[in-house]
Design a protein around this ligand. Structure first.
Ligand SMILES: Cc1cc2nc3c(=O)[nH]c(=O)nc-3n(C[C@H](O)[C@H](O)[C@H](O)COP(=O)(O)O)c2cc1C
Length: 124
């Protein structure tokens, strides 16, 4: 399973670096077009749509949607009902499951929980 992510201020990138997998891809805000060609999970931070637009460009590029297994949101719970709205919108718009949520660059427990979610999908 490839882990695809987007990061604006580096928190999501820090989370990804804590994982044991190296099968990762960071969406480039300037040049988001990238053909994945294998099943992937998206990890996305939460910002207004103009900032996360490269994520949509990536998802809709080539046949990427065909391999899209689910989305994980990272955000800040101080935003209350707006917590991880980007991941929720993506789950709704692309009809994929919202798999997990955490804050900022995640805790050690978030890393364990995330890895379990990925393992469960791989063995399903
Ligand atoms: C301008 C701005 C707006 C944000 N809006 C939200 C929000 O509406 N909901 C939320 O859950 N987090 C929000 N966040 C928090 C970020 O999504 C969170 O810090 C995330 O971990 C950032 O990831 P990144 O450093 O990889 O870009 C916002 C952060 C900033 C700076």
């Amino acid at each position: 399973m490839k882990i695809v992510y987007f990061s604006v201020t580096g928190q999501t990138r820090r989370f990804i670096k804590k994982l044991t997998t190296t099968n990762v891809h960071e969406i480039d805000a300037v040049d988001p077009d990238y053909q994945v060609g294998e099943p992937f999970i998206l990890v996305v931070p939460t910002y207004e749509a103009a900032i996360t637009a490269p994520v949509n460009d990536f998802l809709e590029y080539a046949n990427n949607l065909q391999y899209f297994k689910g989305v994980v949101g990272t955000g800040n719970r101080n935003f209350a009902e707006l917590f991880i709205f980007t991941a929720k919108d993506i789950a709704r718009d692309y009809q994929v499951p919202l798999l997990y949520a955490f804050e900022f660059s995640g805790t050690d427990q978030d890393v364990l929980n995330f890895q379990k979610v990925v393992n469960d999908i791989e063995s399903a």
